[in-house]
Ligand binder design. Structure first.
Ligand code: ARG
Length: 665
């Protein structure tokens, strides 16, 4: 049930049958101008096509045109008599029996009246795609959670979904653990407990590399500050010399240089703290001295792996399954899985040919020893092979695109990847168009950064990114404190045992993290604040889950099962007797609208808003409408039906967000 679509179809038919039909182009677009009413006093929906329509119809005015269309439209079964208001808005109020008939139908429909799309698309979703060999961190939550929600939601709408986890299983991070293993690893220790040991090796190599990078960055940063300071002085001097607008411009320039200076100073502070961490630890200090060219050595190990070096290949084969175990533990906990996990290594054998093909077709050319694809709309070309022969991330993405086209011929490919990779994808899509690699619509479903409570990208105190697993543990602990508070659950019968408490906290904690992430529009950054995420009130998963859990408990208190409610509805039918019932009922019927807006801009927050709105309507209904002491049998039956349906839609909506419910909390 997509009410605006239904209404717009009726209006489109009416316009097509009107005397001015042949003067109107794009009837569907005009008729589609249906919005939820701004003020519920005037109705539930509002049609806004009369103004643009009257511009197309010679000698007409919006109010008359609106009235003519309304007179022709077949809306009797759906709405009360529509009202033309103001300059030509059409106010639409749904009939109560239209609503109740739909509620009855909804009771029998496991899809909660959500239709299947008319023209299903084949959509490949590339998401999660972490670089393995290093522990997953908070940055991976967004792609995983957003991608999973899109996959679930679009599949439910009737699209054919293929999910692919494009693992980074072939990059420098493997050069790092190979180097770490060769120099610092103990084969027995690694064999006995591979996952944490490999993580440790990764972190050690990372720390040593960062140290040397920081050391060499200091003089550069100092120099940068010097140059910038001179530039700023100059700008300020020039500002003195001129007047008005010119002076203002110069002062603005000086300000922006000041900001750059502050940035460089921050860089120095960061570099100093990285250096201090090693300098203050004699053991680390001596390691750093011994491994002074670690960065080059790591690149060499990576190149050797790519060139098929026996030893490195064998180590990679030995390590990879353990790295996968590590990420799979997180996926199990998040309840996420993929149709395919075709990592970068899978495409390695295709890279040579990818480059050769483009060269043969004259689309890639050599420049400064590197192979590049030049693009009109970009200053810098896309480099697909470096001077030393190495292929790049972009080369792999081109090979991947070709493979996906041949293997799946999708209609759309969604790349759920951090906004910081925007330029990479803009170029990739431009090259795809230039080379006619695919006919699929390519979309970078980009997202913003997770910030700590200080408003900066979230980090631990030692400055490393927070591991995803410890974050999940923290969330579960925070959920436990809130929902298993002894005072809160004292009245539960039978009392909650330890197993149930653990299971409830896991569901609530994981749900909290996912929901908080999905509740922001994906392109905005958001602050990670656990106490807010697990709160029982506000726009949280906990609030939605709590309201869900009230539904079975209300049925129980009334001594009825879902089946009984069906039976009673079949016998007495439904009647709306209170505005809170009607609001809730209308909300239930808007589920499909929410799902289709998720698809419109690949943004799960529309579904979150819906779930929150539904939970709020239900909470209001609960305080205003008594079920047990309802005024009549029919009213009680209606309220019970609303409770059953709310439970179902909340559960399904949360499921599409990737979030579970509990039966009591
Ligand atoms: N592994 C990459 C990273 O962590 C993301 C890959 C996204 N997918 C792609 N086809 N490029 O940055």
């Amino acid at each position: 049930m997509h009410i605006p679509q239904l209404l717009s179809q009726r209006f489109a038919d009416a316009i097509a049958r009107s005397p001015f039909a042949d003067q109107v182009d794009d009837i569907q677009r005009l008729a589609g101008m249906i919005r939820i009413a701004g003020n519920p006093k005037f109705g539930d929906y509002q049609a806004n096509f009369a103004m643009p329509l009257s511009k197309m119809v010679s000698g007409s005015n919006p109010r008359d045109v609106a009235q003519q269309v309304v007179d022709l439209a077949d809306l009797d079964q759906i709405c009360e008599a529509p009202e033309v208001a103001g300059p030509g808005f059409i106010n639409l109020k749904l009939r109560d029996d239209f609503i109740t008939n739909n509620l009855v139908a909804m009771l029998d429909d496991p899809r909660c009246l959500v239709g299947q799309v008319d023209s299903p698309k084949k959509i490949l979703i590339d998401y999660s795609s972490p670089n393995v060999a290093k522990p997953m961190h908070v940055g991976h939550i967004r792609t995983t959670v957003i991608g999973h929600c899109l996959a679930q939601t679009l599949a439910f709408m009737g699209h054919e979904i293929i999910t692919d986890n494009h693992l980074g299983d072939w990059g420098t991070q493997f050069g790092m653990i190979i180097y770490g293993y060769k120099h610092f690893g103990d084969p027995n220790v690694v064999a006995a407990d591979p996952v944490p040991e490999l993580s440790k090796l990764y972190r050690l190599v990372h720390q040593l590399m960062s140290y040397h990078k920081a050391v060499s960055s200091l003089p550069k940063l100092d120099h940068q500050i010097e140059t910038l300071s001179l530039q700023r002085e100059e700008a300020l001097k020039e500002a003195e010399a001129v007047e008005g607008k010119e002076a203002k411009k110069k002062r603005k320039l000086a300000d922006s240089i000041s900001k750059k200076i502050a940035g460089s100073k921050e860089g120095i502070e960061k570099a100093k703290s990285t250096i201090k961490a090693i300098d203050s630890d004699p053991e680390m200090k001596s390691l750093a001295e011994k491994h002074s060219s670690i960065a080059t050595a790591v690149l060499e190990e990576t190149s050797k792996l790519h060139a098929g070096d026996e030893e490195n290949k064998q180590l990679w084969e030995q390590f990879l399954p353990h790295c996968k175990d590590e990420i799979n533990r997180v996926y199990n906990r998040l309840n996420v899985s993929f149709d395919h996990t075709l990592g970068e290594s899978f495409y390695h054998p295709m890279l040579r040919k990818t480059v050769d093909d483009l060269r043969e077709r004259g689309l890639a050319t050599e420049s400064d020893g590197a192979i590049c694809v030049f693009l009109d709309q970009f200053d810098a070309p896309m480099i697909i092979q470096k001077r030393d022969g190495a292929f790049l991330y972009a080369t792999t993405d081109l090979a991947t695109l070709k493979y996906r086209e041949e293997e799946f011929s999708p209609d759309e490919i969604l790349y759920v990847v951090d906004a910081r990779q925007s330029e990479h994808f803009e170029k990739l899509f431009a090259v795809a168009e230039l080379t006619k690699l695919t006919t699929a619509k390519l979309v970078h479903v980009s997202f913003g950064t997770v910030l700590g409570e200080d408003g900066k990208p979230i980090k631990t105190r030692s400055g490393t990114l927070i591991g995803l697993e410890s974050l999940l543990d923290d969330a579960v602990e925070a959920a436990y404190q809130v929902v298993c508070d002894p005072d809160r659950i004292v009245n539960l019968e039978p009392p909650m045992g330890d197993d149930e408490k653990r299971q409830v906290s896991e569901t609530i904690g994981i749900g909290a993290i996912k929901y908080a992430d999905l509740s922001h529009h994906r392109t905005s950054d958001y602050q990670f604040k656990l106490s807010k995420m697990v709160a029982l009130s506000g726009n949280t998963a906990t609030y939605a889950q709590y309201n869900y859990a009230r539904t079975p408990s209300i049925l129980q208190r009334n001594g009825v099962t879902e089946k009984d409610v069906h039976q009673r509805v079949a016998e007495s039918g439904l009647i709306l007797s209170h505005p809170a019932e009607r609001d809730l009922a209308l909300m239930l019927m808007r589920f499909e609208e929410a799902l289709s807006s998720v698809y419109d801009d690949y943004a799960p927050n529309h579904l979150v808003d819906y779930v929150y709105g539904l939970a709020e309507s239900f909470a209001k209904f609960n305080t205003q409408c008594h079920v047990l002491r309802a005024e009549s049998n029919e009213i009680q039956t209606t309220r019970l039906a609303l409770v059953v349906l709310t439970g179902r839609v909340l559960q399904l909506g949360l499921r599409l967000l990737g979030i579970d419910v509990v039966e009591r909390m």
